[in-house]
Write a protein that binds this ligand. Sequence first.
Ligand code: ADP
Length: 451
Amino acid sequence: MFKKILIANRGEIALRILRCCKELKIQTLLIYSRADRRSLPVMLADESLCIGPESAVDSYLQQDLIIEIALKTGCDAIHPGYGFLSENSEFAFKCERAGLTFIGPSPSIIALMGDKQAARELVKRHGIPLVPGSEGVLSCAEEAKAVAQKIGYPVLIKASAGGGGKGMRAAYGPKELEVAYRQAVQEAEKAFGCGDVYLEKLITDPRHIEIQLAADKYGNVIHLGERNCSIQKYHQKLLEEAPAFGLSDALCSEMAETAVRAAKACGYDSVGTVEFLVDRDDHFYFIEMNTRIQVEHPVTESICGLDLIRLQIRSAAGKKLPLTQEQVLFRGHAIECRINAKSPGKITMLHFPQGLGVRIESSLYEGDEVSPFYDSMIAKIIVTGESRRQAVYRMRSALAELVIEGVSTNLSEMLLLLYRPDFVLGGYDTSFWEKNELFLKEAQLSASKGS
Ligand code: ADP
């Protein structure tokens, strides 16, 4: 097992990794930017080191500096968390060359599966269903139009290096496609430094269902069930639940088996997630694989009683998976709500909900500063109940109890969302936000007027 891990991340995920390392009796070194010098992870890590100014490019993304620090301070592994360097194969290769373990899959797997188009081609060869689309990267708008003509509109242009919904544009006809193509290339170049885009058929109102996987370096791959992540705002997830309510057991098992097949096809050797879209006729299609720990991993942990970060660290250290597929048991229902800050500022008052079945993942404390430099997510509220109904009720009470003052947040929207009929019934799809937006906005407005 590792002796000392460098944590190359911040916020709640840095804290989550720190806590896991403490349990495993692994020393921790946290790198941080100037903006985070008073953060909770900095206070709780065994050692911490400021590596640069606020901007991520000058701090959390400083690949060579991070490796140099790891070597100088006697670390034997680097945990990248999510975001930042977590899916950067160049960084993973650099770690390997420096004799450090990158906690994640082997660098060549990140390179393969991180390129969405390359991943599509690989899984297609293994008979895994894909959203119909272009064969490879598109060379020009004309080619996009020819493919769209063949598969039929509407279509979606997507970035090969995509993430966080960036570089994605829908088009309902050839004129719109020309504009969408140009915009997607530009946005992808800006966000990922790579303008490669491809095209997929736009599935109307799909559900986003993903399968959590865990694997080791000996060819063992197991799945830890599915998550429904269909509640999204502009393609960004807001609420996730496990198991997926309203999908048949047969469909879920088929998706899980397909995800395991996709992982085996690329020799996957860590924790990871295969994302699918499910259409109205219950056909499912592979969209991408995430080769890292995901924000929403706690809902899976809650229903299967496993620590995914622990499994990830163990696999990276060359340990065998500690359980077989048959030993994975599910119980209850879990929901996660992401609380996002809508403005930076100082937290003047903070009260997190507590009680049976409530878990908080956040690095926030009273007096803490929410800085404008990074992702806006400031807390994850996770609840578990015996049934979905109980989990929904628990989440309502938990959010009603949550107090965050000093910055504006999406709390009231999230709370209202839990009362929307389509959420309560559980059969919602990715159009949920669009369909409910007006109501949520108006209700939020009157709530703020009332207070
Ligand atoms: P990213 O990596 O940028 O998050 P994904 O490929 O994971 O992109 O897709 C994010 C979300 O975009 C999906 O959950 C879904 O809501 C929507 N989406 C992606 N591809 C399609 C598609 N072909 N048809 C309809 N919606 C899609």
